[in-house]
Design a protein around this ligand. Sequence first.
Ligand SMILES: COc1ccccc1CNc1ccc(C(N)=O)cn1
Length: 245
Amino acid sequence: MRFDILTLFPAMFQGPLTESILKRAQQAGRIEIHLHDIRQWTTDRHRTADDTPYGGGAGMVMKAEPLAAAIRAVRAADERPGVTILLTPDGELLTQQIVRELATLPRLLLVCGHYEGIDERVRETLIDRELSIGDYVLTGGELAAMVVVDAVARLVPGVIDSESIVEESHSDFLLEYPHYTRPAVWEGRAVPPVLLSGHHGEIARWRRAERLRRTLVRRPDLLARAAAAGVLTKADLALLAELGW
Ligand SMILES: COc1ccccc1CNc1ccc(C(N)=O)cn1
């Protein structure tokens, strides 16, 4: 899978995309990440990529010409069809379901806006989808783009071991069960005995019960979605009834 990131600050991506899992995934050729500095497509002496908003008001707006030229040039750089996504607080809220959908594409172009946003005419003509990583405003779309790359890349085959993908939470709307590792007792706190019992059936039941209980307590909204999606078994519903749901 190929990611193209269009940004005014390519250097911001050193670190998250050049370390650990994403670095190894690139070295293994599972994913390609190409960074593009939008200023490369400015034509004036001052390399102007933003300007004051028509109608007045504070802040700056990213200019249409350089951004449009950048998107068109980057699209043309590879024959694989891609979806062009703008990261913006106004976008559709990113969920694991959307991440799974994006992970099936051969290519993603991520446009990182800055300042107060980008000229509306680029959104109307060249942006296929607008996504937000949450209801808060950042100084730019770069961190949001890194979140999308990280979440999507980890689902690309061969990037992480497939077992942990299968088990991952949020795919069935339920939160994760608690995790423990050595030592068996830490500062007087013991690991739940069932996890040391070796009874895999009991362990599975305990973990499922913990996922349901934690989701009920922390994210009842997700539990409602799980019920609506039909992923709760009769045993789940019985246990939830006991918990007062
Ligand atoms: C087109 O970009 C913008 C448009 C308007 C305001 C700020 C920006 C840039 N800042 C961003 C970008 C994405 C997110 C998010 N929640 O995903 C948060 N802030």
